[in-house]
Design a protein around this ligand. Structure first.
Ligand code: GLP
Length: 245
């Protein structure tokens, strides 16, 4: 834990310097997933700072998912996530995917409302200016672990009240005969900014996968335009490849 001792005088608040040092120690593998952190008292003594300062740094790292606290037994480096293997050839919903794995899916609503379509939404959903859309932004959680942030847009002519979606969007669409049957998905790599990292309980700058899904009805009409951010430490996307022709 030499890194913890090295709380320098760089001018930044002490708790931020300590936080950075602990993050660095985790990143460099000096302390690994599941390892116990020394007690608050020991860290304070080693770094010659107050216990209040140590507590503030530790609490911030617990909030961002770097550390976990277990009552009675102390503070540990967060264990590595068990990865979710997600097929790229099946058009399924988050709720269905998690149910298949025996996990309970739930969402924390970030936004749910009716808006005037943005230029992007107009283009993708084939809407004209001033047409309305339902936007649904959710943090997707499985067995209490946040896995993804999803921002879905559906034309308001199909979903006039976004509050009709209580748990599963695809289930709600299915009820009115609008369950998509085909989708095109684009996956790109991004690093998480502060707000998103906090929602997903991972360190700022963590690698993640940005997924854009445009899905279609059997008629060929676009029904859904969704931008999602999936935790890079939690997902493997798997596709089966065949010889062309
Ligand atoms: C996946 C897709 C989203 C889709 C969602 C529907 O997560 N990436 O594009 O909107 O499933 O999930 P649910 O029906 O559970 O709301």
């Amino acid at each position: 834990f030499a890194a913890l001792r090295d709380v320098s005088q760089s001018g930044a608040p002490l708790y931020l310097q300590l936080k950075k040092n602990i993050e660095e120690a985790v990143k460099r593998g000096l302390i690994g997933p599941g390892d116990a952190l020394p007690s608050e008292r020991d860290i304070a003594a080693q770094a010659d700072i107050s216990r209040v300062t140590v507590r503030k740094a530790v609490q911030d790292l617990v909030k961002s998912g770097v550390l976990v606290q277990r009552h009675g037994s102390g503070t540990f480096v967060a264990p590595r996530m068990e990865r979710v293997e997600q097929s790229l050839s099946r058009l399924t919903s988050f709720t269905e995917d998690m149910a298949r794995r025996g996990m309970a899916a739930r969402s924390q609503w970030l936004d749910r409302g009716i808006y005037t379509a943005s230029p992007d939404e107009m283009m993708v959903l084939g809407l004209s200016a001033s047409e309305l859309v339902s936007r649904l932004s959710r943090l997707r959680i499985a067995d209490e672990t946040p896995l993804a942030i999803e921002r879905a847009t559906i034309s308001a002519s199909v979903l006039p009240d976004p509050h009709e979606v209580t748990s599963s969007l695809y289930m709600a669409l299915g009820k009115t005969g609008h369950r998509p049957v085909r989708a095109v998905q684009r996956i790109s790599a991004v690093n998480l900014g502060e707000a998103e990292a906090q929602l997903l309980a991972v360190p700022i700058g963590s690698a993640c996968l940005q997924i854009e899904r445009i899905s279609y009805l059997a008629s060929g009409k676009v029904i859904e335009f969704t931008k999602s951010i999936y935790r890079g430490d939690a997902y493997d996307f798997v596709a089966e490849l065949r010889l062309p022709g």
